[in-house]
Design a protein around this ligand. Structure first.
Ligand SMILES: *Cc1c(COP(=O)(O)O)cnc(C)c1O
Length: 341
């Protein structure tokens, strides 16, 4: 099933990963049923596994992380409520304003600290008193990892405790929480402690083709199911996809460490180039600052060598299971050749 795109070194995102042979075999063998009736054994197994893994009572399989986050916003917040969120957070910046459009929920963005966290003072100051002039502060939404940066458990503990003390619920956009857990050397359950709900992407570094999991209490997930239905996210013989998710959780979590090593190796290799500035990767994502005038030529030079990257003055490079160590070295050479010319 090789096609020539298999040979590309695609550093644009970890969403570009393709299901491996083992994953495809698991998908082909999946037992299925109509999941809207709750009949799909593979979906049920995936949801039970996710609940267990992330230490919540229940979980819901959603077609995408965007929908899973939106379901969470709609479940936590009512019309006229607001959620406190980072200016760069996916749930604020990259989800087409879904909470506002579909839920009449107001985002209250806060500027991130350099480490990706939201300062506790900023959160505290932003929570609005009960006054009819204001939207009702209802939810704190954090993201881990954010641009590849890991939030420390001590910070999460303090931020979620603050939110709860002030009567807010807490949601984690944990699209890449498994990267954070692996980096910290802790279990997924520990990595999401303090959150009332968590959304986890299966379709990024974990390598599944489709799908996210929303975890929360039984009552929360029951409500979430209604929102998923309303958003058109109910799927029928979704066990084919759930089987990929189960495979991903079982086989592709611990190996995320290889992606982190490859990111470090790539960053280290690029750091020798004097014309660019390389950030220190914590997980599988890091950034390179490049002279703007060189971007189009660099993009083309890399593409000629089969390396795909969204080259901008602030380029994001993303490592994942379809990029090997040898390909990392090839990428370093390609960059060096370009900047030596
Ligand atoms: C990718 C991503 C999502 C959304 O996932 P999709 O499946 O692409 O909709 C949400 N949050 C973060 C941080 C992401 O990186």
């Amino acid at each position: 099933m090789e096609d020539k795109t298999d040979k590309l070194i695609d550093l644009r995102s970890d969403t570009v990963t393709r299901p491996s042979a083992g994953m495809r075999a698991a998908m082909a063998a999946a037992r299925v049923g109509d999941d809207v009736y709750g009949d799909d054994p593979s979906v049920n197994r995936l949801q039970a596994r996710a609940a267990e893994l992330f230490g919540h009572e229940a979980a819901l399989f959603a077609p995408s992380g965007t929908q899973s986050n939106l379901i969470a916003l709609l479940t936590h917040c009512q019309r006229g409520d607001e959620y406190i969120v980072g200016q760069e957070a996916h749930t604020y910046k990259y989800e087409a304003g879904g909470g506002a459009v579909l839920g009449s929920i107001q985002p209250q963005p806060i500027v991130h600290q350099p480490d990706g966290s939201l300062a506790l003072e900023d959160i505290e100051r932003t929570i609005k008193p009960d006054d009819f002039h204001f939207a009702r502060s209802r939810l704190l939404a954090l993201e881990n990892t954010l641009g590849g940066r890991v939030l420390e458990p001590a910070y999460i503990g303090a931020a979620t405790a603050l939110a709860h003390r002030r009567g807010l619920a807490t949601h984690l956009d944990g699209a890449r929480i498994c990267n954070a857990a692996v980096k910290l050397g802790i279990g997924p359950r520990e990595a999401v402690q303090g959150f009332d709900s968590v959304s986890v992407c299966l379709s990024k570094g974990l390598g599944a083709p489709v799908g996210s999991l929303l975890c929360g209490s039984r009552a929360f997930i029951k409500q979430a199911m209604r929102w998923r239905k309303m958003l058109g996210g109910g799927m029928r013989q979704a066990g084919i996809l759930a089987a990929a998710g189960l495979y991903a959780l079982e086989h592709n979590m611990a190996r995320l460490a290889e992606d982190h090593d490859n990111a470090a190796r790539l960053a280290h290799g690029l750091a020798d180039i004097t014309q660019i500035k390389v950030s220190a990767p914590q997980t599988n994502i890091f950034y390179v600052d490049l002279p703007a005038e060189l971007c189009p030529a660099l993009r083309a030079a890399l593409a000629r060598k089969g390396i795909l990257a969204r080259i901008t003055p602030h380029t994001r490079l993303v490592l994942h299971l379809d990029v090997t160590r040898a390909q990392v070295d090839k990428t370093v050479s390609a960059f060096k050749q370009f900047f030596a010319a």
